[in-house]
Design a protein around this ligand. Structure first.
Ligand code: FAD
Length: 469
């Protein structure tokens, strides 16, 4: 049998790649990760973690400013942007060290460099060195898409990578794109006192969430002073370097508006074009690498996971796929290979938080599944009132035919944590009646809202007035 440098090479050390490598190593494979930049990928260095660190500062500042609502007196509330950014950088650096330590502890070789596929069993590193593998997992991720309106080096136009490196905040910011990244960034800057406008060309913000959720969040953002313009395209952007601003023309608006900064959050492009996929005829659809249910590409011993091979670009999906692909790469028997079973939770870390999974009202309609729903408003919940966070609702959906829980929407405090409970309910494959009967929610907790929403499906929620049903 041929000798290879490694049983497995993982190309890309983001949350897909590094998790796959650790799993593979624990399964006994001699493993290396080839990473051109920093371990942890987009998620750790330019995505999930830095944005949540910044949002935590902004949310704490927001709470300080509304201290009076808790009966507190807090004068001269202020923030230091440099320190907010440093806190974020410190968290990222610490977690990055953690990933490197995990590699070391699991005897994974971290190879710094840009890898390209050379042939069916080798990579070219930095166009100079060849390393061979028995199996390969491609986990090259994605990068922000830049709009063509202004030159790439324009000081007035940034993407999410550049937003995380700002040294001062703008006065007037336009966010182009009302998706998850756009709305989280809008929340962050608005809480720091920036005048924020969000423009989204689709009819609603958060296009992948139910319209009812998006509408409610938009109304709450309006209260924060954020202007949201949906169903509008940006037609023209002109720089005025002397005045230090840009003027923006939107579809359907006679006047232009000026801003001192534009943040483009209009999607991400998968990194599949620079790695010589053609050398081994790995199939793509032009946008992403095509894989089967076991995450194998059209070349059976080469797998692909995460942003570069998925429609949904989320870190936990990349990691989950990484775990499965690593296991499948470690065995030869196709019949023993694993598949993805779990529905993918979607979490948005605004105030209030948004989370959903599975079939919600709009998704069920699109898929022609008849669902029943139960809903509970957080303004009826003791714990939410104590926390001064009673905006929003928890809503669960069941399949009318089977009575099984098929999805949920949560808009409110701790939504991003609560959604795991719905995932567990879905994974346990019980009917909503069986689940409600067996699980006791602690009091007073935010999770009681889910318990009540589940009971509300059969109109038996305790803290809902009969007239409200
Ligand atoms: P990546 O994390 O992109 O990692 C790919 C790695 O491969 C990179 O380190 C890159 O340098 C390396 N690489 C690429 N090509 C090569 C090559 N040829 N040779 C060597 N190395 C290479 N997701 C969530 O789940 N929750 C969130 O809250 C969240 N927030 C986000 C906020 C922002 C601002 C952004 C931009 C993204 C966010 N995401 C979030 C999405 C999440 O970051 C991605 O889905 C996730 O990082 C994808 O993981 P991955 O391993 O597929 O790719």
């Amino acid at each position: 049998m041929a000798n290879f440098d490694y049983d497995l090479i993982v190309l890309g050390g983001g949350p897909g790649g590094y998790v796959a490598a650790i799993r593979a190593s624990r399964l006994g494979m001699k493993t290396a990760v080839v990473e051109a930049d920093s371990p942890g990928g987009t998620c750790l260095n330019r995505g999930c973690i830095p944005t949540k660190a910044l949002l935590a500062s902004a949310h704490a500042y927001h709470d300080m400013k509304r201290a009076h609502e808790f009966g507190l007196e807090c004068e001269k509330v202020n923030f230091n942007f440099e320190k907010i950014m440093k806190r974020k950088d410190d968290i990222v650096a610490k977690l990055r060290e953690g990933v490197v330590s995990l590699f070391r502890a699991n005897k994974i070789n971290l190879i710094k460099g840009f890898g390209k596929i050379r042939d069916e069993h080798s990579l070219m590193l930095n166009d100079s060195e060849v390393i061979s593998f028995k199996k390969l997992i491609i986990a090259t991720g994605s990068r922000p898409v830049n709009l063509p309106f202004l030159p790439e080096n324009s000081p007035f136009m940034i993407n999410s990578d550049q937003a995380l490196k700002l040294t001062k905040i703008p006065k007037k910011l336009l966010v182009i794109g009302g998706g998850v990244i756009g709305m989280e960034m809008a929340n962050f800057f608005a809480f720091l006192g920036v005048s924020v406008t969000v423009v989204e060309m689709l009819p609603q913000i958060l296009p992948s969430e139910d319209a009812s959720v998006a509408k409610r969040l938009a109304a709450i953002f309006k209260k924060y002073g954020i202007i949201i313009k949906t169903g509008k395209k940006v037609l023209e952007i002109r720089e005025d370097r002397a005045a230090g601003n840009v003027s923006v023309k939107l579809e359907g608006e006679a006047e232009t508006s000026s801003y001192d900064l534009i943040l483009q959050a209009v999607g991400r492009q998968r990194l599949i074009n620079e790695i010589n996929l053609q050398n081994v005829s790995i199939k793509t659809n032009g946008k992403k690498i095509l894989v089967d249910e076991y995450f194998r590409t059209s070349v059976a011993h080469i797998f692909a996971i995460g942003d570069c091979a998925s429609d949904i670009m989320l870190a936990h999906l990349a990691s989950h796929q990484g775990m499965i692909a690593a296991y499948n790469a470690s065995i030869e028997d196709e019949n023993a290979m694993q598949k993805l079973h779990s529905p993918v939770p979607s979490c948005i870390y605004t105030i209030p938080e948004v989370a959903s999974c599975g079939l919600t009202a709009d998704r069920a309609k699109r898929e022609n599944v008849e669902v029943a729903s139960g809903k509970f408003m957080f303004n009826m919940l003791g714990r939410a009132m104590c926390m001064q966070s009673s905006e929003g609702f928890a809503e669960v959906f069941t399949d009318v035919k089977t009575g099984k829980i098929v999805g949920a929407n949560i808009l409110g405090p701790s939504a991003t944590e609560l959604i795991a409970c719905v995932q567990a309910a879905m994974a346990s494959n019980q009917t909503i009646g069986e689940f409600s009967e067996k699980i006791m929610f602690a009091h007073p907790t935010i999770s009681e809202a889910l318990g009540e929403a589940m009971l509300d499906v059969s109109k038996s929620a305790i803290h809902v007035m009969p007239a409200q049903r």
